[in-house]
Design a protein around this ligand. Structure first.
Ligand code: NAD
Ligand code: SST
Ligand code: ZN
Ligand code: ZN
Length: 381
């Protein structure tokens, strides 16, 4: 399928690094507007612009002019910390996986797309043959090529070749920026879907970063009430309130124990919480979520964090609290686009900063600096 058809060189990260046209740009260098520049990180925790060859779409592939890309916390993490869990940065690697763009050229055999079509790119390209793929849970594919997860280069670039079957058409009323925000939205929607959230469910969302905020928008659209959101920073809680005025906010006190913190949350909720959407991956926050919810509730963990963490086992057991986890997403893009196009979810306010592709490194510095107050930094071309 996708990866075995067409020009395999586009998926071979080593071949791109060894290509004679691959080079790291000098700081301040202004490449021509047609150059295929990209933001790459490396094991030395550097981030820089590179120039790489403009790819040709092979059979089953299309060439895309990437028009909008959001910076995800994981891009910053790969740059600053050199890995996430077992995904380790061992060489130069291209960043970016929240992207939308315009088709420029189609490869042989591609009939469903033409130049000028506007698309959101689903960047996890699975094998289609393994058990996970066959049951439709392709986010579990062990052979997935996830652009921007090492070693595969990302979509924060000008020209990107993509398998035609992993693109989603953007309706006229959905912008490239919104198309790129379908990626984090897909994470939240997968969580809402698998958590089984229902109309009127009392919900807590832990963490008001981009993932907590798209989860908030999704939970509101799904009819959760009341919704409580937590964070360590008042500015993030204020942002949540501006997005969904009805949300109740709780500032987490770093010195309070998860049990004491949970008592505050229970008072604010006023009713037993049925679901926690945990969007930090921080051990104390997960513990707080566990102590906050009612008997028979679910703590659904979207955040990722330390490899090993302690959970209050007997509290979970004696309260029949289900723990569940989300790894990326499957089958969520069409839904994300429908919800944005139909006006049920408005992701536009999440974009707080915009940069040109040539300014991508400055964009990364803003995204990585909490004092800048960024929610979603976008790179536009
Ligand atoms: N499961 C997946 O497939 C998937 C996909 C994307 C992101 N993620 C993960 O989701 C998490 C959230 O992503 P993000 O982009 O919003 O990250 P982020 O770091 O921007 O936001 C996390 C928020 O949680 C807050 N926070 C930290 N500790 C807290 C605590 N103890 N209590 C309450 N709030 C606390 C922070 O202040 C911040 O506002 C990250 O762990 C990220 O890696 C998971
Ligand atoms: O949005 C998708 C996530 O950022 C990725 O799964 C990342 O955590 C690892 O590649
Ligand atoms: Zn991401
Ligand atoms: Zn597979």
């Amino acid at each position: 399928m996708s990866l075995t058809v067409g020009n395999p060189e586009i998926y071979d990260p080593k071949k791109i690094l060894q290509h004679p046209e691959f080079r790291v740009l000098n700081p301040g260098e202004k490449p021509p507007g047609t150059a295929n520049i990209a933001a790459f990180y490396n094991p030395a925790h550097e981030i820089h612009l590179v120039e790489k060859p403009k790819p040709k779409p092979g059979p089953g592939q299309v060439l895309i002019h990437v028009r909008a890309t959001g910076i995800c916390g994981s891009d910053v993490h790969f740059w600053k910390h050199g890995g996430i869990g077992s995904m380790i940065v061992t060489d130069e690697c291209g960043s970016g996986h929240e992207s939308a763009g315009e088709i420029i050229e189609v490869g042989e055999g591609v009939t469903e797309w033409k130049a000028g079509d506007r698309v959101a790119m689903e960047v996890g390209v699975p094998c289609s043959k393994c058990d996970a793929c066959k049951i439709g849970r392709y986010n579990g594919c062990p052979d997935v090529v996830f652009f921007s997860t090492p070693p595969y280069h990302g979509t924060l670039t000008r020209w990107h070749v993509h398998p035609a079957e992993w693109l989603h058409r953007l309706p006229d009323n959905v912008s490239f920026e919104e198309g790129s925000l379908c990626e984090p939205l897909a994470v939240a929607l997968a969580g809402i879907d698998r958590a089984g959230l229902r109309l009127g469910d009392p919900v807590i969302i832990c963490g008001a970063g981009p993932i907590g905020l798209v989860s908030l928008l999704s939970a509101r659209a799904a009819g959760a009430e009341p919704i409580i959101i937590t964070d360590l920073f008042q500015s993030r809680l204020d942002f949540a309130k501006s997005l969904v005025p009805g949300v109740r906010t709780v500032m987490i006190d770093r010195n309070a124990s998860p049990k004491d913190q949970a008592e505050v949350i229970k008072k604010v909720a006023g009713v037993p919480l049925k679901l926690a959407l945990e969007c930090t991956g921080v051990e104390s926050s997960i513990q707080t979520a566990i102590f906050s919810v009612g008997f028979g509730a679910k703590v659904f963990i979207i955040g990722v964090g330390r490899n090993e963490q302690l959970f209050p086992f007997m509290h979970l057991s004696a309260n029949e609290i289900d723990l569940q986890f989300q790894y990326r997403y499957a089958n969520q893009y069409p839904k994300a686009i429908r919800l944005i196009a139909g006006g049920l979810i408005n992701v536009k306010p999440l974009v707080t900063h915009r940069f040109a592709l040539e300014e991508a490194i400055a964009a990364f510095h803003v995204a990585a600096d909490p004092t800048q107050g960024a929610i979603k930094v976008q790179i536009l071309d």
